[in-house]
Design a protein around this ligand. Structure first.
Ligand SMILES: [Zn+2]
Length: 602
């Protein structure tokens, strides 16, 4: 382990588990939640997330989970009992067949059934649609150190756990209808609200907004109004299993509920016995706030417009269920750079599991921890990920060097650890862009990769590739999946004889100095410069020493810069047949000494 990593451990450990972390949005929200829980006289604070596993749960929906996670985690760090519950809205109706998840239009026949009653895509290891999309998210959350108690709403409804609440809501249906009526005229189209709040949505953001609405409860669900009267409960049909039902009569005394279904079936059931249906979303959500005693639950902008479920729910929880609305900040959408392109080609927005293929868990946490929920941001799977790793490494250096600002330090601590301990980290973290270049060139040959990575810094070599993982694995996955074939680097098999013959005398001299060195000003032979630092000085030094400038001199000279660029182009062309490529020192290490010499004509 490097000193950097060791120091980082110490800093994170010193965050402690009884006093929390200061100075960021998470600690301020936690303050508010703790005060609210005290006012309510609660022993264990409940923070909640709700996820509808209606398709791949994407990175935008991760904010629904990670915001309560961070707040709950901060409360736990303070030594206060706290639980993060995850409501799986898997009893929601299957609304549409998502594109690109490997099912054909025959799945249309399942629209209207509970997500747990829809078969999974072909080849799935899971029993249902809901389980199929839940499982990879649970796995990703575990890898990110996010602890929660999952609550299946299918389990809750079908076991009769909400029986009293349902019967109560039916008795109070006129009251509920009246509350909803206060907002119906103010209700706005969720898409218009989103557009109004986040002006100038580009194609990527619009796609993200649409996807987020799909995965975060029932944005478009009806509120129970029908020509036959207002009923806050919707049965699933006993014949076709769909919710294409209409309640036509209800008797408060006997709890006899009569419904008809679009399939032609019609029936009377006793609500005191039947467990085959659910409260409509706008009533279901506040019912559960009261049932679980939720003190903190954020929601997306689509849920917080006038007449939206969060606002109406605040009235219903108090007037109908005798509970209180949670502290619930609005969170902005997370955009994915290049998503519009991905959506049309792959049919989906990246999921947390896909992000973890190319990002260390701490870095993925950091993206969310460092910004207030109200700030939107983009996640890039493209070239920018290299800068993201650079920024993270710079933060780690600041933290270990004791020069991090309080806000930066807090974000670092929340990213790299939880109240339960440290997240797994890469023992020997090398720069991501270097790893990506090396992987690109070696095309994943482990022996060659280990040789090159060990030569980067001969004073601190890698004993095995495992020391560079999981970051190295992330770089491998990124190069495999995100770097276009035409951007890959292919080292020439044979020297470019034509180019070598055609170059001028000065270029020939540059190549000779690169390989054999220079006496005064001094530059070593290439063999003796064989490390990342050594080669950096070497390649920049060649045009310098040929102009009587010391190789390590720091100066700005446009003429010299131009000469360096021309020289690099020549070397790139000779090594990989292109004028640009990975950073030259990395490329040289990757190509290896003997092959470099051969390709440069010696
Ligand atoms: Zn039916």
């Amino acid at each position: 382990m490097t000193d950097t990593a060791r120091n980082a451990d110490t800093v994170a450990a010193s965050a402690g588990t009884d006093r929390g972390i200061d100075g960021d949005w998470v600690s301020r929200l936690a303050d508010e939640v703790v005060v609210e829980a005290k006012r309510r006289g609660m022993d264990t604070i409940v923070c909640a997330s709700g996820i509808s596993p209606s398709g791949p749960v994407h990175l935008g929906n991760l904010r629904e989970v990670i915001t309560p996670h961070l707040v709950a985690d901060e409360i736990k760090r303070r030594g206060i009992a706290c639980e993060h519950i995850m409501s799986w809205d898997d009893y929601d109706r299957f609304r549409k067949v998502p594109f690109g998840v490997g099912v054909d239009e025959s799945w249309n026949q399942h629209i209207g059934k509970p997500l747990t009653s829809v078969p999974p895509p072909p080849g799935s290891a899971h029993d249902s649609w809901a389980e199929h999309f839940k499982a990879p998210l649970v796995d990703a959350l575990t890898r990110m150190g996010i602890e929660f108690r999952g609550i299946s709403q299918t389990q809750q409804y079908t076991s009769g756990a909400y029986r009293e609440q349902i019967l109560h809501a039916m008795r109070e249906r006129a009251h509920i209808d009246e509350v909803l009526g206060r907002y119906r005229t103010k209700a706005a189209d969720p898409a218009a609200v989103v557009a109004g709040q986040a002006k100038k949505l580009d194609a990527d953001q619009e796609a993200a907004a649409a996807e987020a609405a799909e995965g975060s409860g029932a944005a478009s669900e009806d509120d129970g109004t029908a020509a036959t009267g207002y009923y806050p409960y919707k049965p699933y049909c006993d014949v076709c299993q769909r919710d294409t039902t209409t309640v036509t009569a209800y008797d408060d005394e006997t709890t006899a509920l009569t419904y008809t279904c679009a399939c032609g079936h019609g029936r009377t059931v006793l609500l005191s016995e039947s467990n085959h249906g659910k409260l409509v979303w706008k009533v279901d959500w506040p019912m559960r706030w009261a049932y679980e005693g939720v003190v903190f639950e954020p929601s997306g902008v689509d849920h917080q417009s006038p007449g939206s479920s969060f606002v109406v729910g605040g009235q219903l929880v108090r007037e109908i269920f005798g509970g209180e609305r949670p502290v619930g900040p609005m969170y902005a959408f997370v955009g994915i750079k290049g998503m519009a392109k991905m959506s049309s080609s792959k049919g989906g927005v990246p999921t947390p599991a896909e992000a973890l293929e190319i990002m260390e868990p701490a870095i993925l946490r950091w993206l969310y921890a460092r910004r207030k929920p109200s700030q939107s941001f983009d996640i890039s799977f493209g070239q920018e990920i290299q800068r993201l790793y650079d920024e993270w490494d710079a933060l780690v250096r600041k933290v270990t060097g004791d020069s991090a600002q309080p806000g930066d330090l807090a974000a670092y601590q929340r990213a790299s650890s939880t109240a339960a301990g440290e997240l797994a980290r890469t023992p020997h973290p090398l720069p991501f862009r270097t790893l990506a270049s090396v992987v690109d060139i070696t095309t994943g040959h482990d022996d060659q990769t280990l040789r090159i990575l060990s030569e980067l810094d001969p004073d601190d070599p890698l004993a095995s590739l495992d020391e560079a993982r999981p970051r190295l694995t992330c770089a491998e996955n990124w190069v495999d999946t995100q770097v276009a074939a035409e951007d890959r680097t292919r080292v020439r098999a044979e020297p470019d004889a034509e180019l070598l013959t055609g170059i001028g005398e000065s270029e020939r001299e540059e190549l000779r100095v690169l390989l054999e060195g220079h006496a005064d000003p001094a530059l070593p032979r290439l063999d003796d410069a064989w490390s990342l630092d050594g080669l950096t000085t070497q390649v920049y030094g060649v045009p310098k020493v040929l102009r009587d400038i010391e190789a390590d001199a720091k100066l700005r000279d446009p003429e010299l810069s131009k000469a360096q660029r021309e020289f690099f182009k020549l070397v790139y062309r000779l090594l990989i047949g292109k004028e640009t490529g990975p950073r030259l020192p990395t490329l040289l290490l990757a190509v290896g000494l003997d092959r470099t010499k051969a390709l440069l004509g010696h």
